[in-house]
Design a protein around this ligand. Structure first.
Ligand code: GLP
Length: 249
């Protein structure tokens, strides 16, 4: 199925989505060991990360020459805070594969100047030759990374404010236990930053994502649904389980 340029893969289950995403990433790294891989946090990619770690353990792929860039980080959290995205990535993926820690890039939520931190991040992506593949999730309100509704198609890495719906979604017990503990701001790669990746794969699983997926795929190309701003990307595939795809016509 295709919407605009988007390619849509509907799979049986969240496990099948993870297997498919992991396979795409592993094959791409095998073809280009000095791969530049963009990564995401959240519950959705966790199974994919487990499968990537399995493939590494089984010696099907090495991450030794791979460089990674993460989408975002909570503003005000240090990398050793257990709710920081740096901690999440170390815990769910980096500690389980042969990647060199110094080749993993996550924005510093404690940087002295967000402006300098974000500009340096963009420059480093550029210096590495750009992102080969960026793995994305999607928020219930259609956000990607922490690009909330209203984010511009050409937005770059910057300090952003989180919406109440995102704060609530990330404090439902999976991550923070109380909305009061969730930082109100984050550093986030922009939609423009993400769109420059040569390939994008967006994962969505579960019924809670069905409305956001419908808006992203079938709604207008509009900042009201940031994920819809991927519709004209030349190589973007949404991997969906049946529940997340349920509202597509
Ligand atoms: C957070 C992250 C996003 C992620 C979204 C959905 O807001 N910043 O990058 O896509 O959550 O997360 P989940 O996969 O847990 O539903």
């Amino acid at each position: 199925m295709a919407a605009g340029n988007l390619k849509i893969q509907v799979l049986e289950s969240a496990d099948a989505v993870a297997a498919a995403a992991s396979k795409v990433i592993v094959e791409a790294i095998k073809a280009k060991p000095r791969f530049v891989l963009g990564l995401a946090t959240g519950s959705t990619p966790e199974k994919t990360y487990a499968k990537m770690a399995e493939a590494n353990k089984a010696k099907q792929v090495s991450f030794a020459k791979v460089t990674t860039f993460n989408l975002d980080e909570y503003w005000g959290l240090d990398g050793d805070h257990d709710q920081s995205y740096r901690y999440f990535m170390n815990d769910r993926l980096f500690n389980h594969i042969d990647i060199r820690p110094w080749n993993t890039n996550v924005l510093n939520g404690m940087a002295t100047s967000p402006l300098i931190e974000c500009a340096a991040y963009e420059q480093k992506i550029f210096a590495c030759g750009g992102v080969d593949l960026w793995l994305l999730g999607i928020g219930n309100n259609g956000h990607v990374a922490f690009n909330e509704p209203g984010s511009a198609v050409d937005s770059r890495t910057r300090l952003v404010s989180l919406t109440q719906s995102t704060i609530n979604a990330n404090s439902d017990g999976r991550f923070f236990s109380d909305p009061k503990d969730v930082p109100r701001c984050a550093l986030s790669a922009g939609i423009g930053t993400i769109r420059e990746a040569r390939k994008i794969i967006l994962l969505a699983t579960g019924a809670g994502k069905a409305d956001a997926v419908k808006a992203a795929v079938e709604g207008p190309f509009s900042p009201d649904c940031p994920a819809s701003l991927l519709q004209d990307h030349l190589d973007c595939t949404f991997y969906l389980d049946k529940a997340a795809a349920a509202k597509l016509s």
